[in-house]
Ligand binder design. Sequence first.
Ligand SMILES: Nc1ncnc2c1ncn2[C@@H]1O[C@H](COP(=O)(O)OP(=O)(O)OP(=O)(O)O)[C@@H](O)[C@H]1O
Ligand SMILES: [Mg+2]
Length: 207
Amino acid sequence: MPIIAVATTKGGSGKSTLAACLAAHLAQTGEAVEAVDTDPNRNLVARLGGSGIPCQGVDEEQILAAVAAAAKRAQTVVVDVAGALARGLLYAVSAADIVLIPCRPDRNDVVEAVRTQEVIRQAEAMTRRTIPHAAVLSQVNRRAQVTAQTRAQLEVLSVPFLPVDMPARTAYQQASYTGAPLADAAVQEDVQAIAAAVAEMMEIARA
Ligand SMILES: Nc1ncnc2c1ncn2[C@@H]1O[C@H](COP(=O)(O)OP(=O)(O)OP(=O)(O)O)[C@@H](O)[C@H]1O
Ligand SMILES: [Mg+2]
């Protein structure tokens, strides 16, 4: 697995949670994983604190160098990004092989997913390559009408999204205290499915 950036301009959408869970899952499967936390709040550093996964907190101007260095040491690098339209977002998605855009079932999150995709388009123009990306529905109630509505909106707005999502579970909140992102069995299942969907995206991108 490659350099995975978890990014959206929307705050609180579940970026650090998804980044921590993915990193922990990939480490559990035996991959050498490193994480880079580009958010000044350093939430990913805190979340991975007890996990044994190296996570370096870096300032905006260090992002490209830190990600490149981590990619030399590890098989997979997970990059967490601050929830704002900032230069750090452009750097992080420019460095990424794949970008995941957490998106809650909420109109504002969809608007910010579109804005994030625009930044990815800029990065694609700058780096002259395609940057595979997809929204990941987060904090969802799978049976709620708004979940289907959000998927429909993303489709209308041409933002691709993963076929699997992250349900709303208190276990994700609990994990913010424990330093063990995958302590819950249901969370493990969610994350395994997301990792499989990401692997499939990478396969398609390589083909
Ligand atoms: N699937 C989920 N179910 C329930 N709560 C969740 C879920 N994902 C995240 N949360 C909670 O939502 C809040 C925001 O999550 P998180 O910190 O991962 O978002 P973020 O996008 O990284 O935020 P920020 O923009 O502040 O960095 C946290 O309290 C987290 O525990
Ligand atoms: Mg965060």
